[in-house]
Design a protein around this ligand. Structure first.
Ligand SMILES: [Zn+2]
Length: 285
């Protein structure tokens, strides 16, 4: 009996070994080449004016770094995502319309330095000279200690917007497998406070996990509906509190699975935004 086990085990082990071997030969070599190119591009320096990234520098950074942003994103979260085009523009010129729009979910372009075009499937990063730096990794350490909180880094905005695109990829994949997605997550017309809250939270969570955000020491936690609806708190609620809200859940389930669960469940109500456990408790998966 013992011999039989040994034989079975050896056969299994040789298969397992062969499998590992093929995997490493197939993936390991391209990975080494990719990471070295990745590092060369990533460490390239870009111009500053008054210690801020210049428009020309931002244009170059976005066009040259988009590949490394996607590579790093996949590597960090252990996912396989599809490429998306990145372009630059001065998105400030579109803001006037949004300022007059009182519908809640349009907060996106008012606060963000980029946007994702769902229909065209491309990302626009603003090339206005108002970033603190190209990446939090390149910023002067002393400068960091003077900043209370910020997501004003070109790379941080690129990651944030890319996550919106990645969410769309997951939604399409689920729909192709006939899995029901809550309409708030795929039809812009139905977007709600809860779905916007979750989507922005996931995007900011990813930038933060990848070390491209300066998080504030004091975390703002809303306690009333009024606080959530107050426009003054938009950034604190939809970009800061939301990322903390989804953090443990995404860390526990992994990014892809976490998104799959979130988009197949009704987004949180205002009451559930205030009391997270009520939301996470009712999720089906
Ligand atoms: Zn966003």
């Amino acid at each position: 009996m013992k011999t039989l086990y040994t034989i079975i085990f050896s056969i299994f082990f040789s298969f397992a070994n062969a499998q590992i071997f093929t995997d490493t030969t197939q993936k390991y070599i391209p990975l080494i080449i990719d990471s070295s190119i990745n590092n060369v591009i990533k460490n390239k320096s870009y111009p500053y004016k008054d210690s801020k990234p210049t428009t020309k520098g931002i244009d170059d950074y976005v066009s040259e770094q988009s590949v490394t942003v996607i590579f790093d994103f996949d590597y960090f979260f252990k996912v396989e995502s599809d490429d998306v085009d990145f372009v630059t523009d001065n998105i400030n010129k579109y803001k006037e319309n949004n300022e007059n729009d009182t519908q809640f979910p349009t907060i996106e372009s008012n606060i963000e330095l980029g946007n994702y075009d769902l229909v065209g499937n491309y990302i626009t990063i603003t090339n206005e000279e108002k970033y603190l730096d190209y990446s939090l990794k390149t910023i002067n350490k002393k400068k960091i200690s003077d900043i209370a909180q910020s997501n004003k880094f070109v790379r941080s905005v690129m990651i944030h917007e890319y996550v919106h695109a990645y969410m769309k990829q997951i939604i399409l994949e689920l729909r192709m497998n006939n899995i029901k997605i809550e309409k708030e997550y795929y039809a812009q017309f139905y977007e709600s406070i809860g779905s916007t809250f979750i989507e922005e939270g996931i995007s900011e969570y990813c930038s933060s996990e990848m070390g491209e955000l300066i998080n504030s020491k004091i975390e703002f936690i809303p306690k009333t509906e009024r606080e959530i609806l107050d426009k003054i708190n938009r950034y604190d609620i939809f970009y800061k509190y939301s990322s903390i809200y989804v953090r443990d859940f995404l860390r526990k389930n992994g990014l892809k699975k976490g998104i799959q669960i979130l988009v197949t469940n009704k987004p949180p109500t205002i009451e559930e935004i205030i009391t997270p456990y009520k939301f996470f408790f009712r999720l089906n998966f």
